[in-house]
Design a protein around this ligand. Structure first.
Ligand SMILES: [Zn+2]
Length: 161
């Protein structure tokens, strides 16, 4: 039988505001500011969800979990990611690998990456080795550099046996 390999891409941005919890990659990052959103505004999980849905040609995160639906207000994005995994496995897809980049001026993301990988691997039920998380600043340029927001990108490969 032919092996079917598909690729997907995700991009997302959230505003940063003082005094909010900062959820990133499924964990809470200690910081003065946090991301603003209808859910917990976890930008890394959102791009992974969008990349997975895109790879399966199943629309995007906003289509499945509307930001106008009160049941998703403040929701833990890990629940959304689990649901996306269910949608994909129902179609017979397994994850090949995930590669992602978080764009944030501060705080430093690198020290938190091992904990994020561990958390996401548990939620998705895949090996940590299949999840790559990278971080970059934008050298003080643009909305990321001015600490007004956080952005992220992800690509994924999914495989149908
Ligand atoms: Zn988002």
């Amino acid at each position: 039988m032919k092996l079917k390999i598909r690729t997907g891409f995700g991009y997302d941005v959230h505003q940063l505001q003082e005094g909010l919890d900062f959820w990133l990659g499924g964990i809470k990052i200690p910081h003065t500011h946090g991301a603003l959103g209808h859910s917990d505004a976890d930008v890394l999980i959102h791009v992974i969800c969008d990349a997975l849905l895109g790879a399966a040609n199943m629309r995007d995160i906003g289509y499945h979990f509307s930001d106008r639906d009160p049941q998703y207000k403040g929701i833990d994005s890990k629940i959304l990611l689990k649901e996306v995994m269910h949608l994909l496995s129902r179609e017979g897809y397994e994850i090949g690998n995930i590669d992602s980049t978080i764009c944030l001026q501060e705080p430093k993301v690198n020290p938190h990456i091992p904990a994020m990988k561990k958390c996401l691997a548990e939620v998705m039920g895949i090996p940590e080795h299949d999840i790559s998380i990278k971080a970059t600043t934008t050298e003080h340029l643009g909305f990321v550099g001015k600490k007004e927001g956080v952005a992220a990108f992800a690509t994924v490969l999914i495989v149908k046996q």
